[in-house]
Design a protein around this ligand. Sequence first.
Ligand code: CP
Length: 307
Amino acid sequence: MSQLSTRHLLGIKDITEQDINTVFETADNFKEVLNRPIKKVPSLRDITIANIFFENSTRTKLSFELAEKRLSADVVNFSSSTSSVKKGETLIDTVNNILSMKVDMVVMRHSSPGAAHFLSRNIKANIVNAGDGTHEHPTQALLDAFSIREKLGDVAGKKVAIIGDILHSRVALSNIFCLQKLGAEVMVCGPVTLLPKHIASLGVKVEYDVKKALQWCDVANVLRIQLERQQIKYFPSLREYSLYFGINRKMLEQLDKEIVIMHPGPINRGVELNSDVADSEHSIILHQVENGVAVRMAVLYLLAGVR
Ligand code: CP
């Protein structure tokens, strides 16, 4: 049986190119299972998984839950907004109480960068980081790269522009690590105020002109403006952001090639992406969501193998 080099998935920074390819090969098999009339396999029949979400989520939460159920795991869900966290219970007490009910794996989303690492040092279960603040979102990067590989045949040698609010994005950092490990060239593009000051030290190209970024790339991964994480004004208005950095169909038609459009969701339609692009033949956004289930099945299955 294939295994990963780690017993937790905390970030793409911590895993190897071999790990990523093992996830992809396993996800290929699970994608085939998901296209069968009976979409369920008994692989995690004796495993109990807790999905603990301290931040809102649609795609990641549902995708993990579906992945776990397709693998026949027992699943419990925890949402901080309806829990005793509201009465002041700490993260470690919350998780230890859940674990004392004999839980094997924890999938956690938290607003604090490093929360998943903290948990992995303090509890025995396998931890999967489902997004920790502005730090990493490893399964999003894996499903993004898997979707590029599916669409273009390979990730190596491809030019990927990550466009938008890079400063507040965990998707951007995980994508940079993942794409570079797989041999892609990466560019980040956005207003200077939404690009981290030393981002070039990660080995990415930096561009401030979205039209030049689109002309350069094979794939544009467009990110959401994360207003909920912005304590100050990084640009004058959403209208102005859309005017200078929003992507519309006319911009794609002016390119001398076809490019692939991605977005991790949720989309601010009419801000970073117009509907005439998001819903066009260029977009693989819903394929990303579909692939998320197979990729998360692969991650859970492989981590269960190193318990
Ligand atoms: N892509 C993503 O993480 O979406 P959710 O916040 O809905 O999970």
